[in-house]
Ligand binder design. Structure first.
Ligand SMILES: Nc1ncnc2c1ncn2[C@@H]1O[C@H](COP(=O)(O)OP(=O)(O)O)[C@@H](O)[C@H]1O
Ligand SMILES: [Mg+2]
Length: 363
């Protein structure tokens, strides 16, 4: 196994012609790129929420009332991709007696209206004319098709669209009453997925809230207590699953701290950096990725400028405070400062740390 710094120096200067990796063509259709895009790490908190969704589906079958669930989390924590995995593992199937849709999924449109909700459901159920009919007619058709397609669970993403951002963040009461009635008439459990502010919909609709007593939060990774180990283990699993000939050391404590500083533990941002760096390695037929590719990916895929002063993959390890928050360059600090000066205030890296890192980068 190469360290990040050894690998950084190995890549561009290696004179040996390298054998093709998984696939010599690294276009968007190549198997390596497909593996990269599909890569999902089932870490313990992820599996727990996945299990809660499965419980709603399975345990509602013999329950007096359907077991519904609300899942909330900030943008980019991985809610939609978790749902997509669940859907992929419970796909629709055609049978002799018609289409069976064990899990019905729809994205709630913004702002949510009954007509749009019903037509999204009808479309997912295979209705040939999902937009046709009156509101009542469409709702009745949805209820009938949900039974005919033997739907066991409904998952609705973007639940925050039940709040109208354009109109003073008002909760859309008619559509939340419609949803409550849909649960009553189909008796199929619903999993709602949305941003943390979605809970407001339930606090303003007691009857709907009664159905959604169970709540789960998918939080970003943390950089304190056990969270640090969890984040490092996540990076290690990502590293193992990457379509690269050699497992990159993105899970060493120092790279993990840089990665946390760059992303605040949000899976979407971590994966954006890692995917971009990996694509670069695949295109160039390199065995692995190094801190050099991570630095480039941070600039190109995340921040979109070339200000090296704020690149956490360059220079000393950027500091994270006692609450697990990245310490950022303060607004009033002059931009021309070197990275060495920038992190001095937070007491992070010594002069020698800084010099050796810069040497590593220059190699
Ligand atoms: N467990 C995971 N393993 C690997 N990548 C993940 C994981 N969870 C999320 N991602 C990646 O993060 C990105 C954003 O996730 P997404 O599910 O859209 O977040 P959200 O719906 O919470 O905004 C996607 O590119 C996805 O591939
Ligand atoms: Mg989402």
């Amino acid at each position: 196994m190469l360290t990040m710094t050894e690998a950084a120096t190995a890549n561009p200067s290696d004179p040996e012609p390298k054998p093709p990796l998984i696939d010599p063509v690294c276009g968007s259709g190549s198997p390596a790129i497909a593996t990269l895009e599909r890569l999902t790490v089932r870490y313990p908190r992820w599996k727990r929420i996945y299990g809660k969704i499965e419980d709603c589906r399975v345990l509602s079958k013999n329950a007096a009332e359907p077991r519904c669930l609300l899942i909330v989390g900030r943008s980019g924590v991985g809610k939609t991709s978790l749902i997509q995995k669940y859907l992929a593992e419970h796909p629709p199937r055609e049978t002799a007696t018609g289409r069976v849709v064990p899990v019905l999924f729809a994205q709630i449109p913004a702002p949510a209206t009954i007509k749009a909700m019903a037509s999204h459901l009808l479309e997912a159920l295979g209705d040939p004319m999902p937009q046709r009919g009156t509101l009542d007619g469409m709702t009745q058709r949805s209820v009938r098709l949900i039974a005919a397609c033997q739907v066991e669970l409904i998952i609705l993403d973007e639940f925050q669209h039940f709040i109208d951002r354009e109109k003073n963040f008002k909760v859309l009461q008619t559509v939340s009453d419609w949803l409550k009635n849909l649960i009553n008439s189909t008796r199929v459990p619903i999993v709602l997925v949305g941003m943390p502010e979605s809970v407001k919909v339930l606090t303003e609709n007691d009857q709907l809230a009664r159905r959604f007593m169970a709540k789960e939060r998918l939080s970003p990774f943390q950089w304190r207590g056990d969270g640090k180990d969890e984040f490092i283990r996540f990076l290690e699993e990502v590293s193992e699953k990457l379509p690269l000939a050699e497992k990159p050391m993105i899970y060493s404590v120092d790279v993990a701290q840089r990665m946390f500083w760059a992303t605040e533990g949000r899976t979407a941002l971590v994966m954006k950096i890692v995917r971009s760096a990996t694509r670069e390695a695949l295109v160039n037929n390199w065995k692995t990725i190094t801190i050099r590719e991570l630095a480039k990916a941070y600039t190109e895929a995340l921040v979109g400028d070339d200000d090296e002063l704020t690149n956490p993959f360059l220079g000393p390890i950027p500091p994270i405070d006692a609450y697990g928050r990245p310490v950022r360059l303060s607004q009033d600090e002059p931009k021309e400062q070197t990275p060495k000066k920038r992190f001095k205030a937070a007491g992070s890296a010594s002069k020698s740390d800084f010099s050796s890192m810069m040497k590593g980068q220059a190699a």
